[in-house]
Design a protein. Structure first.
Length: 408
């Protein structure tokens, strides 16, 4: 009986004792890129007001960042596969820091295009960080708790998402008569902090996982095998569709809740940060605990069902129930990215680093979802436009059902 209890305790220990410090250090990276990505919406409004760009032009802020993700994801995976996780983290932090510090000359010359170049460099850095950190966290404990462990780390991503708009928005948007802080100030500060983190990771030894095995097979062969894997490609598509749903809902949250006078834009921005994204972070923490008790695949299936119901309620446009459906999406989508990610790379061994780079191309779905949802809202209504995230959640539902039924 004691042996069984010890085995169960070992199986559901989130992090191996010898990996606790690496886990804490790498988890801090999740906060950093959550903070950086969340302030893009703040930049949209800032550039519209201070630089006189149109909404269409300001949309290039997100698009440029996601293009950086798309273009740099595969090179990041190849670099990490060759040089290891620690050097991948350092490379990502250096890109992140350089892009942030480039805001200083960009503001000096007052060029919107120069800011876009800076954001592209930041996007390249963020995707290198995510390509390294996401799979690395899954390896710092037992296979059974990989999804739970990644959800816990991703919770700090949620914390960064909450604090980013609140802190930077407070600096850039001020009351009448007060002088706003130049946009280069928060970015330069962030660049210095990230540079210090890069120096720290240069000195810290992170244990490498499957490094020896990774040298036994060429990167080209690994990529061919991944593309031919039905289970991996279905998971990749499900993750892409999740990004369509999640990012498009965030992008149009304020539009939706202000269309019928339910909230003012100012109130809506705080509700998005502390209500929607706060709920998202809280449910990700809860989900991490739940998945230490229940199989991740079943939790994913249940959450997918609930998000489909939530999005359907929004499109139905039935008052309070539709508003409840909006927050249900935030609550139940919280565990989707880390859970699908961990399922996709489960048991891949030497292919994990390259597989991660493929998966980190999926944020491009955010650009697809946002553009599609905006076009549909223009020709129909804001509620009808939520058919876009509904379709994304439906794909996740089909995928999770197939996983539970062991069809992939």
């Amino acid at each position: 009986m004691e042996t069984i209890a010890n085995t169960r305790k070992s199986s559901f220990s989130l992090v191996k004792k010898e990996y606790l410090i690496p886990f804490i250090l790498v988890t801090s990276l999740f906060f950093m890129w959550g903070f950086a990505r969340s302030i893009l919406d703040v930049l949209n409004k800032h550039f519209q007001e201070d630089y006189g760009v149109s909404m269409g032009q300001s949309a290039l802020i997100q698009a440029t960042t996601y293009v950086g993700y798309f273009l740099m994801a595969i090179p990041a995976g190849l670099f990490i596969n060759r040089w290891g996780y620690r050097k991948g983290v350092v490379l990502g932090l250096l890109f992140f820091s350089i892009g942030s510090l480039l805001f200083i000359p960009s503001e000096h010359i007052m060029s919107f295009n120069a800011f876009l170049v800076s954001l592209f460099v930041i996007g390249c850095g963020l995707v290198v960080l995510e390509t390294a950190a996401n799979p690395y966290v899954t390896e710092l404990g037992s296979r059974e708790t990989a999804a739970s462990r990644l959800n816990l780390s991703q919770s700090f991503n949620g914390l960064g998402c909450i604090l980013g708009p609140a802190i930077v928005g407070g600096m850039l948007f001020t009351s009448e008569g007060e002088e706003a802080v130049p946009v280069a100030v928060p970015y330069a500060t962030m660049g210095i902090v990230v540079l210090l983190a890069a120096v720290m990771f240069c000195k810290v030894q992170l244990p490498e996982i499957n490094r020896t095995q990774a040298k036994e097979e060429s990167s080209g062969n690994i990529m061919k095998r991944l593309v031919r894997s039905k289970g991996f490609m279905l998971g990749l598509f499900a993750l892409f569709c999740y990004e369509i749903a999640e990012i498009s809902i965030n992008s149009f949250f304020i539009n939706y809740v202000t269309d019928d006078g339910w909230m003012t834009p100012r109130t809506a921005s705080f509700v998005l940060a502390f209500g929607g994204l706060g709920l998202f972070m809280t449910c990700r923490v809860i989900g991490s605990w739940v998945m230490s008790k229940i199989a991740a695949e079943r939790v994913l299936l249940f959450c997918a069902i609930m998000t489909v119901i939530g999005a359907a309620l929004i499109t139905a446009n039935i008052g309070a129930l539709s508003k409840a459906g909006l927050f249900a999406c935030y609550a139940f989508e919280a565990i989707m990215f880390p859970t699908i990610f961990s399922i996709c790379i489960r048991g891949l061994g030497s292919s994990t680093k390259i597989a991660s780079s493929f998966l980190m191309m999926t944020p491009l779905g955010g650009a697809v979802g946002t553009l599609s949802m905006g076009f549909m809202a223009d020709v129909t209504s804001m509620s009808t436009a939520f058919l876009i995230p509904l379709a994304g959640y439906a794909v996740v539902l089909i995928y999770s059902y197939m996983v539970v039924q062991k069809r992939v």
